[in-house]
Design a protein around this ligand. Structure first.
Ligand SMILES: NC(=O)c1ccc[n+]([C@@H]2O[C@H](COP(=O)([O-])OP(=O)(O)OC[C@H]3O[C@@H](n4cnc5c(N)ncnc54)[C@H](OP(=O)(O)O)[C@@H]3O)[C@@H](O)[C@H]2O)c1
Length: 314
């Protein structure tokens, strides 16, 4: 049987970074199914061509139904700022574990194994041949300068689960997304809120460029695991990125508000979401990103969108 990936099931499609990936998968001709919790909301966010299946990652039957007929899986899962360390279900950890378990069962069923309870199985007898997932570059800051954050522990754990999976996997490690500026809480009204001192330049990438790279990666499917650091072409600290954004943003003038890290840490002692912000910003401000790997651009395509253009298009 030819080994081409055509049908991809996406979990987390409605997320900030799931949407551009789904758009580019569809643009590239893949047949995309998204398992979503709210089909009405999803329909307003995703291209019409996407098949929506309602479901929750808590529920393995929902996952199995969403995987029917799939050649591959793409996971856009997160540990959101409102999630607490001791929550019993965290999508990025427990949702991933459920998906990998169901994928394993579906593939064993196709192998003729008897262990098939609850697995939807693929009607045409084909296997799920690849699981691809987003991780992040900045989680590599864990352990540097005494930094230790349970959210990054989850990312490490997810990476390990994927590497031990029974199917070939692809893990993407993106730098900061341009979307963080306008959709990730930095732009608030007519202000850009910057926390602490951004010391390290990041290679900001647009969701659309990342989506195109993900789509291309499925063409390089073989039996190997694949790992890609995903970076844009310009290196900017958050401060420089904010200035570039302001220069090109057309929906009115913007100002920068700088909030000292000590204040955010103090407020974080009583507010979980601010505590999350303090940690993610500390890691982003201090993580030294390596230079982009040209071989990734050669294989998956060179990112085209610069931050100026991204801001202009908003
Ligand atoms: N921001 C950056 O610059 C950056 C850089 C590198 C890596 N990343 C990583 O990229 C990942 C994705 O980020 P994001 O901003 O797209 O995350 P997000 O907006 O929080 O999206 C999470 C998705 O998971 C879905 N989901 C959550 N719980 C679910 C459940 N129980 N059942 C079914 N679906 C569920 C959500 O669906 P609903 O719409 O129903 O809630 C949503 O579609 C994160 O792990 C992040 O760390 C981010």
């Amino acid at each position: 049987m030819e080994d081409i990936i055509r049908k991809i099931t996406v979990f987390g499609a409605t997320g900030m970074l799931g949407r551009p990936v789904v758009r580019e998968l569809v643009n590239d001709g893949y047949d995309v199914t998204a398992m979503v919790r709210d089909t009405g909301r999803a329909a307003s966010k995703l291209p019409e061509k996407v098949t929506l299946k309602v479901g929750d990652l808590v529920n393995k039957e929902d996952i199995a139904a969403a995987l029917e007929g799939a050649d591959a899986v793409y996971l856009n899962l997160s540990t959101r700022p409102d999630v607490k360390k001791h929550d019993t279900f965290i999508a990025e950890r427990d949702g991933l574990e459920n998906v990998l378990e169901v994928v394993g069962k579906i593939n064993r069923k196709d192998d003729g194994s008897s262990n098939t309870e609850n697995a939807g199985g693929n009607a045409d007898g084909r296997k799920i041949r690849r699981v691809a997932a987003i991780s992040s570059l900045v989680q590599r800051y864990q352990g540097s300068n005494g930094f230790n954050w349970w959210v990054f522990e989850i990312k490490r754990w997810a990476e390990k689960m994927l590497m031990e999976a029974s199917v070939p996997v692809t893990i993407f490690y993106p730098s900061s997304f341009m979307e963080t500026m306008d959709q990730g809480g930095i732009l608030q009204g007519q202000r850009l809120m910057l926390v602490g001192k951004s010391r390290q330049p990041m290679h900001f990438i647009a969701g659309a460029d990342y989506g195109r790279m993900v789509a291309e990666s499925f063409r390089h499917h073989d039996s190997s695991d694949q790992f890609y650091d995903i970076q844009g072409t310009e290196a900017l600290t958050f401060g420089d990125a904010a200035l570039e954004f302001i220069k090109n943003y057309r929906r009115g003038p913007l100002k920068i508000t700088r909030v000292p890290m000590w204040l955010i840490k103090m407020m974080g002692a009583v507010n979980g979401e601010v505590h999350y912000l303090a940690h993610i910003m500390e890691a982003m401000n201090n993580h030294p990103e390596s230079e982009p790997d040209d071989s990734v651009w050669k294989k998956l395509g060179r990112p085209k969108v610069r931050l100026a253009e991204y801001a202009r298009r908003l």
